[in-house]
Design a protein around this ligand. Structure first.
Ligand code: SF4
Length: 343
């Protein structure tokens, strides 16, 4: 079940344009650059205030690299990443020194594996308040008070504050990760597969917590996932990404019922419950191609069951086909694709 649509007139909090991230491939004793892995190859999207934008694609699609470029773990090769602050859009890639540091507080990252992202030698209070210490916010007493408040906010208690990460379950550890991400009062959180490592029953609890916190704090999320089963519940709109390029963007309710891109159809088929032996099932065959040597034309053509000659040499542009919806496929007007089948 997808969410009710949010106010579509809300202002953008993030606007990404022409984002590229190429990693050099080096060879030999002199580490000569012999090519580039095009992890992200010209991506445009925006996130509105209070919105969750899901970003979905298989492993190797470039979705995590997009998230890491936004928090500047990776320096983008090209493009702009603009963030709404002090009444205007500021290009994050042009910020340096203090300004860059200041902006870091507003965008936080939540990681997939809560265990490896928490320092095992620090107790929970120290983990949660470390960002306050790094940014020199408040005195020791104020930091502890903030730590207790955050523990309560994520459904843990002050009794937990002297315990260590290994003493918690996976779901509790992700709650600790969320508390830490919230410590600096961010406006945007990049959630990089935050529930993928958790049991299905625990996933729902963490997703509910994220949804509640969003309402309470008017947070915006970029929610990265490798399949469409998790993002449906939490996302307002979804971006489908393949080999570093956007294949489709749509509101969640539209994307699940009326996909316009064959790759979206394939991702939906992989989570649909078809009867055994049903011919309607569309299995996505093969693997995502090597991003250092992407196919010519439509990058999805080597796996697409609707491929025609034009697709092999002409790259389809991302075109608007209805309000808020975009697709990159030569055949989107003529194809009638299957949506999610829950039965
Ligand atoms: Fe398939 Fe062609 Fe559309 Fe690419 S452009 S998704 S190969 S039909």
């Amino acid at each position: 079940m997808s969410r009710d649509r949010k106010d579509t007139s809300a202002a953008d909090i993030l606007s990404v344009k022409g984002l590229k991230k190429y990693f050099p491939i080096q060879k030999g004793f002199l580490r000569r650059v012999v090519g580039y892995t095009k992890a992200v190859d010209g991506v445009d999207f925006s996130i509105k205030k209070g919105e969750t934008l899901g970003m979905v694609g298989e492993s190797g699609s470039g979705k995590t690299t997009v998230g890491r470029c936004i928090v500047r773990v990776y320096e983008p090769t090209e493009g702009s990443i603009r963030f709404h602050a002090n009444g205007k859009m500021i290009d994050l890639l042009e910020l340096k020194g203090q300004e860059r540091q200041g902006m870091r507080k507003k965008i936080q990252m939540l990681f997939q594996d809560p265990f490896s992202s928490l320092n095992p030698r620090m107790n929970i209070m120290d983990i949660i308040t470390e960002p306050l210490v790094i940014h020199k916010i408040g005195n020791k007493e104020e930091q502890r008070e903030r730590g207790k408040f955050l523990l309560d906010m994520v459904g843990l208690s002050a009794d937990h504050m002297n315990m260590y990460p290994h003493q918690f379950s996976g779901g509790q550890r992700q709650r600790i990760g969320i508390a830490r991400a919230l410590s600096l009062n961010p406006e945007l959180i990049i959630c990089d597969e935050p529930v993928s490592a958790l049991d299905v029953s625990i996933q729902a609890q963490v997703l509910n917590l994220l949804a509640d916190l969003q309402k309470e704090l008017n947070l915006s999320y970029l929610f990265i996932a490798h399949d469409l089963s998790v993002v449906e519940y939490i996302s307002d709109r979804i971006v489908v990404i393949y080999l570093g390029r956007i294949m489709e963007i749509a509101y969640s309710d539209v994307l699940y019922t009326e996909p316009r891109h064959p790759y979206t159809e394939a991702l939906l088929a992989s989570i649909s419950k078809y009867e055994a032996g049903s011919s309607r099932r569309y299995i996505l065959e093969g693997y995502i191609p090597d991003p250092s040597n992407p196919p010519a034309g439509c990058v999805f053509h080597t796996r697409c069951r609707y491929v025609k000659e034009q697709c092999r040499h002409e790259n389809p542009l991302l075109e608007a086909h209805q309000e808020g919806a975009f697709v990159a496929c030569h055949r989107f007007l003529e194809l009638s694709l299957s949506g999610y089948d829950a039965h």
